[in-house]
Design a protein around this ligand. Structure first.
Ligand SMILES: [Zn+2]
Ligand SMILES: [Zn+2]
Length: 389
């Protein structure tokens, strides 16, 4: 089959690899129809996530048709059209029973690698390094889905692929980021970033009753989408003083909650940005965190900072003093996608949201290297690339 494979920093290529096979009774083989490139794939592309190997198949946002099932999967049938959540979860361990699916204790065969870096291991993830299981991803013609009786959900015929594909990650991820803010009617929420997850966080915050959502970025085309399609006010941090504008909007108190939808490759103007780049390049920190630092500093006292952006290791100049002295709550986590897929599918069916609003580029799987390049470089007003397998 054809698959998009990682070959080093800023090198991906579509090549022929062996077809996946059923290995366990709870496996399924899915023929991919649509798959997407995620902002977190760019962290792999740019070489920030350790334990990638040449030839690894990328991709954790995908959907398709079941073509083969293990003997223990009773709730799906060959021919079913399914969306697959990015966290691989067994459904029966302590964490899965608590619906903390991204913390599944049984799905990462390389748990020892993650334990070295993080203390304990989270779940395995499709196409996201050997530290997270070494599972081949879904930017391919076919994929093996472990624990297929727990993860994938069947989608109704009347919804297009583009409307349901993002139930695999970014819609639940934006939703969980907003949910973590414990939004009360009338709240003002600030979101760092206007990437795809940020767009869903904005939409979700409004669905939960926020009065105003302010999104902070530097790319005009992304801020325009946040304004026109998600309803946010926007601040360009290269042109305006974020602190001053937020104070003005919130009556001098700060936003009730702040969402970091940027993660470890954040940018900052001037000296701050240069500081992080030097620290990261010299391995004095692994992650650049200007967005997270600012989100903490800007959040109103007693408020919540919700971290949806991916961080991998260690950051420098973390403002813990602000957290302690101003009673801030920090919440984070890889998304427990399985928990949100059905309720969010219902919202798509009800017409509360059409998740396809983030798509700017559609191309063939063969064009994945071009998709990565333009998405990474923010060329051609690229916000979200969907690949057709
Ligand atoms: Zn993703
Ligand atoms: Zn589990």
């Amino acid at each position: 089959m054809k698959a998009n494979c990682w070959h080093g920093t800023q090198q991906v290529q579509v090549e022929h690899v062996p077809d996946p096979k059923i290995l366990n009774p709870r496996d399924a083989i899915v023929r991919i129809t649509k798959t997407a490139i995620c902002g977190s794939d760019l962290h792999l592309y740019n070489g920030y996530i350790p334990s990638m190997r040449r030839g690894d198949v990328l991709g954790h946002e995908f959907m398709g048709e079941i073509v083969e099932l293990g003997s223990a999967v009773k709730n799906l049938a060959v021919g079913d059209r399914v969306v697959v959540p990015f966290p691989i979860a067994c459904g029966h361990c302590l964490q899965c029973e608590r619906e903390m699916y991204s913390l599944c204790e049984n799905s990462n065969p390389n748990a020892w690698m993650a334990e070295k870096l993080w203390g304990y291991s989270p779940c395995g993830i499709f196409g996201y390094s050997h530290m997270l299981g070494g599972f081949p991803g879904g930017q391919a013609e076919y994929v093996r889905v472990p624990f297929a009786d727990i993860g994938p959900i069947k989608v109704p015929d009347n919804l297009e692929d583009d409307q349901v594909l993002f139930l695999s990650d970014i819609f639940p991820t934006g939703w969980m980021a907003a949910e973590a803010c414990n939004i009360k009617p009338g709240d003002t929420i600030a979101v760092w970033g206007c990437g795809p997850v940020a767009q869903f966080a904005i939409k979700s915050a409004y669905m939960m009753g926020a009065a105003k959502v302010i999104a902070i970025d530097r790319f005009e085309y992304r801020m325009r989408i946040a304004r026109e399609r998600a309803g946010a006010e926007t601040i360009n941090y290269e042109e305006e003083d974020v602190h001053e504008v937020l104070l003005e909007i919130t009556g001098g108190r700060g936003p009730d909650a702040c969402i970091d939808a940027v993660g470890l490759e954040g940018h900052a103007p001037g000296l701050h940005g240069a500081y992080d780049r030097v620290k990261q390049a010299t391995m004095l920190e692994t992650d650049r965190a200007p967005a997270l630092r600012q989100a903490i500093m800007e959040c109103r006292s007693g408020g919540t900072v919700s971290v949806a952006g991916v961080y991998g290791g260690f950051i420098d100049k973390f403002p813990m003093g602000a957290v302690v002295n101003r009673s801030l709550t920090i919440r984070s986590g890889q998304t427990h996608v399985q928990r949100y897929m059905r309720p969010l599918l219902e919202r798509v069916q009800n017409g509360d949201i059409d998740p396809s609003f983030v798509i700017t580029h559609r191309m063939r799987l063969e064009d994945a290297p071009r998709g990565y390049r333009i998405f990474n470089n923010k060329e051609d007003d690229c916000l979200k690339v969907v690949l057709e397998a």
